[in-house]
Ligand binder design. Structure first.
Ligand SMILES: Cc1cc2nc3c(=O)[nH]c(=O)nc-3n(C[C@H](O)[C@H](O)[C@H](O)COP(=O)(O)OP(=O)(O)OC[C@H]3O[C@@H](n4cnc5c(N)ncnc54)[C@H](O)[C@@H]3O)c2cc1C
Length: 515
């Protein structure tokens, strides 16, 4: 039962904290043992007796010194690094795709590690304040099929239980009652409750979580990706996995594994990046404002009494450290002017409103796309194509490519499993979320967060089945993956003949929500 209940969570957290205390004590002992074995310089002094002060003293690791080469590079010396652990599946990135992948993996009994650079899940949704989940069905008619179900649906129903859904919508669409199978196209979400629900579900599923951690390199054996190198406050470490899921958004793992990719140039077709910000206003003003934002304009959405603004945008290469930094600087310096323009346009509605928060990270819409065994295409999207290896669907509009919001004239197209798999001879790797294989037009449809969560879920189920059967991502029985997805409540399209498993669905049901 995955009903989210605040007081229950508090209780559990207390117990966990106590357990952690004991684990910490053991870890200190283990470290001491390790030091005597490996002659590391750090040592621990003091006593572990309850109530006494434990003192840690030490000295940093001495580095071998590298050299600047004649052609201007720095030659980094090799060194031995600790092994953090060994897992069935390592998920890199805890955005909408990686979060769902990790949850699906653990629920399918794989020993799962998720690595995330922020100390919370949600990626663009939470770190970039993109608190508006689109894409549960077609925004316009025909919209009779809810194309994003499973974990994507579970998230919304959990947020509903916690009163974590906003009011109004940036995108006009027919309203549905928000019950199982009856979700509306789009939902504004409370960011803090979203972080809480995401963490709680992963914690309850037994996922190993490593926050504040960057993926920095791949470990390869021949053409197989067999692990990753990570860096955090403990330094550089190696982690091994049977399957690695790249949900970094930027295809960081695939890039370091030498997988071919494409990327739109900032001045050609690239969807712009955007700095979201939050504005506070009184409840009375908020109520008046709802009418303004439910008529299809995208000035913002209302979450509680806060209003969320789509802020200054900029086009740049989000995989280039310098460009990324400059993009942040440009948009952050432009944010007050942006808000003042809105105030002038909507006067006197926002006269006493003020900015309370800018997103910690500018929202990066697109960077690398891997070249996969199939590339989700414009024709797939426009013609509503079906695939024997379909694992998710999208019915969302193509938002910019044609110069207008191009709605689909059918209930949804299917996305094949092969979009996750590099066309190059690389194994052990599944690439999901916004960097999977796609062309620009189709991407501008399936990129909405509801389908992206479904893509993450499919990647997680596939990886878990690989671990269970000893197969690789390219040799796994795709029909078994499809069957498992359907059993667990996913929507994978027309040619699916399998049926959901009521026991599984009951076990993850967020509530007694009817429907
Ligand atoms: C400005 C903007 C507006 C948008 N508007 C909407 C909208 O209204 N509705 C909607 O549904 N969608 C919207 N989207 C699209 C949607 O947010 C994305 O398509 C979606 O978030 C992609 O999810 P993802 O998990 O693939 O990638 P991301 O959300 O980018 O998540 C990637 C995760 O990986 C982590 N990560 C990356 N690299 C590393 C590394 N090396 N080591 C460790 N961790 C790493 C990141 O911290 C992040 O948590 C918008 C996007 C942007 C940028």
């Amino acid at each position: 039962m995955n009903k989210i209940n605040l007081s229950e969570w508090d209780k559990q957290f207390f117990i966990i904290t106590k357990n952690k205390y004991f684990i910490m004590k053991n870890k200190l002992k283990a470290d001491q043992f390790d030091q005597s074995k490996t002659n590391r310089r750090t040592f621990i002094k003091g006593t572990l007796a309850m109530g006494a002060l434990t003192m840690i003293e030490g000295r940093g690791f001495a580095q071998n010194r590298g050299e600047v080469t004649q052609d201007g590079y720095y030659s980094e010396p090799s060194k031995n690094i600790p092994v953090y652990g060994s897992f069935d599946v390592i998920v890199v990135g805890g955005g909408p795709a990686g979060w769902a992948a990790a949850l699906a993996c653990a629920r399918n009994k794989a020993k799962t590690l998720v690595i995330e650079r922020f100390p919370f899940f949600g990626g663009t949704a939470t770190a970039s304040l993109m608190l508006n989940i689109n894409g549960y069905r077609n925004q316009v008619d025909p919209d009779d099929l809810q194309t994003s179900k499973g974990i994507a649906e579970e998230l919304i129903l959990n947020l509903k239980e916690l009163k974590g859904l906003g009011i109004g919508t940036a995108y006009a669409a027919k309203e549905y009652p928000t019950t199982k199978g009856n979700l509306t196209y789009s939902y504004p979400i409370d960011g803090e409750k979203t972080k809480y629900v995401m963490l709680k579900l992963l914690h309850d599923a037994g996922v190993n979580i490593l926050f504040h951690t960057m993926f920095v390199d791949t470990i390869m054996r021949g053409n197989n990706v067999t692990g990753v190198i990570i860096e955090n406050k403990s330094g550089r470490q190696a982690v091994f996995g049977k399957v690695i899921i790249d949900a970094s958004g930027d295809a960081d793992v695939a890039f370091h594994a030498g997988v071919s990719y494409w990327q739109a140039k900032p001045d050609e077709r690239q969807l712009g990046n955007g700095l979201m910000y939050r504005v506070a206003m009184g409840p009375e003003t908020a109520r008046k404002a709802v009418g303004l934002y439910t008529d299809g304009g995208i000035g913002g959405v209302i979450i509680n009494s806060d209003q969320l603004f789509w802020g200054p945008s900029a086009r740049f290469d989000g995989t280039d450290g310098e460009a990324l930094s400059q993009g942040e600087i440009r948009t952050r310096l432009a944010v007050y002017e942006h808000f003042q323009r809105s105030q002038r346009r909507q006067a006197p509605l926002l006269d006493d409103a003020y900015i309370t928060e800018t997103a910690p990270l500018i929202g990066i819409r697109q960077t690398r796309f891997i070249k996969g065994l199939h590339s989700s295409s414009n024709e797939d999207a426009l013609e509503g194509r079906r695939f024997d290896d379909s694992i998710a669907m999208s019915a969302c509009p193509i938002i910019s490519y044609y110069g207008y919001r191009r709605y689909l004239e059918h209930t949804g197209y299917e996305i094949p499993y092969r979009c996750f798999l590099p066309a190059d001879d690389v194994e052990g790797l599944i690439v999901t979320g916004r960097c999977m294989s796609s062309d620009q037009q189709s991407y501008e449809s399936w990129r909405a967060m509801a389908p992206v969560i479904c893509l993450g879920e499919a990647a997680g189920v596939a990886a878990a089945i690989c671990a269970e059967t000893g197969k690789t991502p390219k040799t796994v029985d795709v029909q078994a993956v499809r069957n498992r997805l359907v059993e667990q409540g996913a929507e994978i399209g027309q040619n699916n003949k399998h049926t959901p498993n009521p026991a599984f669905l009951q076990s993850v049901s967020p509530s007694s929500t009817p429907g």
